[in-house]
Each structure stands twice: as structure tokens, then as C-alpha cells.
Design a protein around this ligand. Structure first.
Ligand code: NAP
Length: 310
């Protein structure tokens, strides 16, 4: 067991976590972050970030995460690239287990984010972050005047397909059945768009590529197993996101999809435990909003410490 009780332990290392770390470090709270084995979060999968204010030329996702980390570390954030296995939110101070070692902290800030659900079709790993993306807002502009596809039948797929018509010459929405989870208004908007074609009863079974990158997908009709090829140079998988909250083991209130439910500003259902970024954000899911939420959680944790421990 690590002896010292920390003021703040930050779990997760996307823009929310690093911003919380920066603020708490500058407030002399000596924060400790468990960044995970693959620190940096979803932006490590993004090539160029063009919509984060302050970077007129854009910046590569991994480079931005390195800079956020450096900035927070300069003010004293301690970062360990380890995964948190579980926490105990029922004791004070809270307990956090990391690779079998126990840590204690008066407050926790959970910034573990959400991960896009990937299809897992053959050839997907090689094209991730190249021709295949899970974020139209991040990567749509790289597919100007190209024919692309969006997979999914929910609001995300309709929203992404409609957004992508700004760039692409044609967007084919591929959905595995003919019933859509999407709201009628969003489905109708996509279906009525002249650049969008909707193909139902199609499941991607294999990604096709050559040395230039993605060239298309093999689609299978789940009803009879018949197949066809669809030629595209870009594909956006929009079959949902999964917040990373399983390690909380239901000690903090989450909604039916696993998102942490905020209980007044950034506080969770457990006083002294705060959440920021995609793990609590069912709506915006942007780097800049996550960073803002990290700032808010850091300020809330600092005030909570002042009010409850001093
Ligand atoms: P969703 O509503 O759960 O839809 C996921 C879609 O992906 C479904 O059509 C599902 O097909 C399909 N899918 C899931 N796994 C698949 C697989 N392995 N292969 C092929 N297709 C697969 O998810 P979402 O669209 O991300 O929306 C999540 C929540 O956010 C919803 O509550 C939504 O309303 C909300 N949202 C709102 C807005 C907005 O209002 N602006 C925008 C985006 C999202 P099946 O139907 O066959 O299961």
C-alpha cells in the first residue's frame, strides 16, 4: 500500500484528465494520474485535430496529447502509465487499486472516456485511423470529393452521414436491417439528402484495400448470405460508443448505457468523486468540451477539499 493519502487521483488521460491534472497541479494539490497503459485516449487514434482552438495549422492527435501531458507535468502532475483495476468508493479516503497496489485519495476525478465500438470486420485494424474512422467531426474533412460509407442505423449514423455530405461526393449508409433506431427526423433528413444513399440488409464482412489505402468493403446480406462489393475510400463506423466504467463496479450511478450520471456540476453520485469528459458526456464528445469539463472537475474537487477537509 502506498502510505500517503493523496488529495486527488485522476483516472484517465484524455484531454479531460490532463486538463484536470494541470489545474490541480497549479493549485498545489500534488495530483496523481493513472493514465492507463495506452495513455492519451481516443485522440491517439486521430491523425489531425483541426477543431481545437489555438492550432491554426492543426495538430496530430498524439502530439497534442504529449503536449497536454508535458504541460501538466511541468506544474507537478505525477503520471503513472498504469490501469486502475478497481476502486472502493464506500470508504474515506477512497481506495484505488493499480496492479495490485492500493492507493488512497480524498477525491477522485474519473476521466476514463468512452471508446467507439468497432465492427471487427476482417482487415479493420490495418485501416484504423487511415481510411476507417469512428469520428466524422474529426476526420470528415480528409475525404473531400470522395465516395465514402457510414455504418449504422442510429442517430449517430444519420448525423455523421448528413455532416459528411459537406465533404464527400457521395455517402452510402450501410445498415444491417431495415428498421432504424434513429429518430424519424434525423432519418428523414439523411434519407432526403441527394448525396446520401441508404442500403439496408447489409453487413460489412471484410474491408478491401491496396497500397493506396481503403478501396471498399465486402457487404453481405444477412437474409441470404449474398455478397456485393461497395467501392469507397473512406468509411465511418457509427454503431455506438461505450463509456469505460466497468471498473467502477456500479459503485457510482451510471445510466443504462454505462455513462456516469452527473449530480450537480461535475460531482457524481458519490460526494468527493467527480467525472469529466466522454465518460459523462452523452452529447458533445469533443476534445475541447472534454478539456473544459476537466477544468470544471478540477475546480470542483479543489473546492470540495477546501470545504470538507480544511
Ligand atoms: P444506437 O442508437 O445504439 O444505434 C447503433 C446502430 O448501430 C444501430 O442501428 C445498430 O443496429 C447498429 N449496430 C450496432 N452494432 C452493430 C454491428 N455490430 N454491426 C452493424 N451494425 C451495428 O447508437 P447511436 O446512434 O450512437 O446513438 C446513441 C444514443 O445517442 C442514442 O440515444 C441517440 O439518440 C443519441 N444520439 C443523439 C443524437 C442527436 O440527437 N443529435 C446524435 C447521435 C446520437 P441495430 O438497430 O440492428 O441494433
Amino acid at each position: 500500500m502506498s502510505d500517503a493519502v493523496r488529495n486527488v487521483i485522476i483516472i484517465g488521460s484524455g484531454p479531460a484528465g490532463y486538463t484536470a491534472g494541470l489545474y490541480n497541479a497549479r493549485a498545489m494539490l500534488d495530483p496523481l494520474m493513472f493514465a492507463g497503459y495506452m495513455s492519451g485516449g481516443q485522440l491517439m487514434l486521430t491523425s489531425d485535430i483541426e477543431n481545437f482552438p489555438g492550432y491554426p495549422e492543426g495538430i496530430a492527435g498524439p502530439e497534442m496529447m504529449m503536449q497536454l501531458r508535458e504541460q501538466a507535468e511541468r506544474f507537478g502532475l505525477e503520471v503513472q502509465d498504469k490501469n486502475v483495476e478497481r476502486i472502493d468508493a464506500s470508504t474515506r479516503p477512497f481506495k484505488v487499486w493499480v496492479e495490485g497496489e492500493e492507493f488512497q485519495s480524498h477525491t477522485l476525478i474519473i476521466c476514463t472516456g468512452a471508446e467507439a465500438i468497432w465492427l471487427g470486420a476482417e482487415g479493420e485494424d490495418e485501416q484504423k485511423g487511415r481510411g476507417i474512422s469512428t469520428c466524422a467531426t474529426c476526420d470528415g474533412a480528409f475525404f473531400r470529393d470522395q465516395e465514402i460509407m457510414v455504418i449504422g442505423g442510429g442517430d449517430s449514423a444519420m448525423e455523421e452521414a448528413t455532416f459528411l455530405t459537406r465533404f464527400a461526393s457521395k455517402v452510402t449508409v450501410v445498415h444491417r436491417r431495415d428498421t432504424f433506431r434513429a429518430s424519424k427526423v434525423m432519418y428523414d433528413r439523411a434519407a432526403a439528402h441527394p448525396k446520401i444513399e441508404i442500403k439496408t440488409f447489409r453487413q460489412v464482412t471484410k474491408w478491401l484495400s491496396d497500397e493506396s489505402g481503403l478501396t471498399g468493403a465486402l457487404l453481405e446480406d444477412p437474409r441470404d448470405g449474398s455478397t456485393e462489393e461497395l467501392a469507397v475510400t473512406g468509411a465511418f463506423i457509427a454503431i455506438g460508443h461505450k463509456p469505460i466504467t466497468a471498473f467502477l463496479e456500479n459503485q457510482i450511478e451510471t445510466d443504462e448505457e454505462g455513462y456516469i450520471v452527473p449530480k450537480g456540476f461535475s460531482m457524481t453520485s458519490v460526494p468527493g468523486i467527480f467525472a469529466a469528459g466522454d465518460v459523462v458526456d452523452t452529447r458533445y464528445r469533443q476534445a475541447i468540451t472534454a478539456a473544459g469539463m476537466g477544468c470544471a472537475a478540477a475546480i470542483d474537487a479543489e473546492r470540495w477539499l477546501e470545504e470538507n477537509l480544511h
